[in-house]
Write a protein that binds this ligand. Structure first.
Ligand code: NAD
Length: 248
C-alpha cells in the first residue's frame, strides 16, 4: 500500500494509543515517520514497536521552547514536512469544584497552546501542499458532566482547524480535525480511577455509545490516514467524527 508514499510525517503523542497506531498505519502506507512522546517508558516501547527507521523524540507539548526545538529538528531531519498529526493530549475529568488554576493551565497548555505554537513554529517547514490533522474529541460538542475543561480545550482546538485553514490555505496548508468518541487506549489508565470502579466506568461509558463498544485506535487511525493523504486534498477545515454514534 502506498497512500502516503514519500510523505514526511510527524505524529505528536505517537508513542501510545491512537498516535502509535497511526504511526503504524502511516509506515505501512509508505510514509517516513517521526513521533514524539513524553513518558520515557512509552518512548522506549515505541522505539521497539516502530523500528529503527522511525525517529522517536521527547518533546513536551506544554513547553513552547520545546515546540520550536521540535520544528528545528524536523527541518534538519526532513527539510520539509508534508503531514502533521497533532495528537498529543491529556484528558482530565473533574467536577468544577476540584479544578485549580494550575491544573486548568496544564490542560490548556498541553491540549491547545502546544499544538498552536507547534503549528506556528512549523510554518517555514511545511511543504506545499501540507496536511495537518488535529486530534480533538466528541467532547468538543457534548456537555458531559466533569468534562468542562477537557471539552473546552478540544472545542478550542477544533475551532483552530477552521480559522487556521482560512489563514493558511494560500500557503497550501490545509487543516482538518478528527474527533474520536471513547477509544480503548492507555488514556483511561491515566485518569487515576481506582480499579474497583474501572469495570463500572467502562459499562457506563459503553451505555452512552449506540454501537455498543469502545472504538479501537485502528478505527481512528483510518480516518487520520484519509485526511493525511492526497485523497482528501479538497477537504479543508473539516472534521471527521469517529465515535460509534456517541454524539448522535
Ligand atoms: P494515550 O494516553 O495513549 O496517548 C497520549 C499521547 O500523548 C502519548 O503518546 C503521550 O506521550 C502524549 N502526551 C501526553 N502529554 C504530553 C505532553 N505534555 N507532551 C507531549 N506528549 C504528551 O491516549 P490516546 O487515547 O491515544 O489519546 C490521544 C489523543 O486522542 C489525545 O489528544 C486525546 O485527548 C484524544 N482523544 C482520545 C479519546 C479516547 O477515548 N482515548 C477520545 C477522544 C480524543
Amino acid at each position: 500500500m502506498s497512500r502516503l508514499s514519500g510523505k514526511r510525517t510527524l505524529i505528536t503523542g505517537g508513542t501510545s494509543g491512537i498516535g502509535l497506531e497511526t504511526a503504524k498505519h502511516f509506515l505501512s502506507e509508505g510514509a517516513q515517520v517521526i513521533v514524539t512522546g513524553i513518558n520515557p517508558e512509552s518512548i522506549e516501547n515505541a522505539k521497539s514497536e516502530l523500528g529503527s527507521e522511525v525517529l522517536v523524540l521527547k518533546a513536551d507539548s506544554s513547553n513552547i521552547t520545546a515546540q520550536k526545538e521540535l520544528a528545528q529538528t524536523i527541518q534538519n531531519h526532513y527539510g520539509k514536512l508534508d503531514v502533521a498529526f497533532l495528537n498529543a493530549g491529556i484528558s482530565v475529568w473533574l467536577p468544577i469544584e476540584e479544578w485549580t488554576e494550575e491544573m486548568f493551565n496544564r490542560s490548556f497548555d498541553i491540549n491547545v497552546k502546544g499544538p498552536y505554537f507547534l503549528m506556528q513554529a512549523l510554518l517555514p517547514v511545511f511543504a506545499n501542499p501540507a496536511s495537518v490533522i488535529l486530534n480533538t474529541s466528541v467532547s468538543a460538542h457534548l456537555g458531559a458532566p466533569n468534562s468542562s475543561v477537557y471539552g473546552a480545550t478540544k472545542a478550542a482546538l477544533l475551532n483552530m482547524s477552521k480559522t487556521l485553514s482560512s489563514e493558511l490555505i494560500n500557503r497550501g496548508i490545509r487543516i482538518n480535525a478528527v474527533s474520536p468518541g471513547p477509544v480503548d487506549t492507555p488514556l483511561y489508565d491515566k485518569l487515576g480511577i481506582p480499579d474497583a470502579y474501572r469495570e463500572q466506568l467502562n459499562k457506563d461509558i459503553i451505555a452512552t455509545i449506540p454501537f455498543g463498544r469502545f472504538g479501537t485506535p485502528q478505527e481512528v487511525a483510518s480516518a487520520v490516514l484519509y485526511l493525511a493523504s492526497d485523497e482528501s486534498r479538497w477537504t479543508i477545515g473539516s472534521e471527521i467524527i469517529v465515535d460509534g454514534g456517541r454524539s448522535l
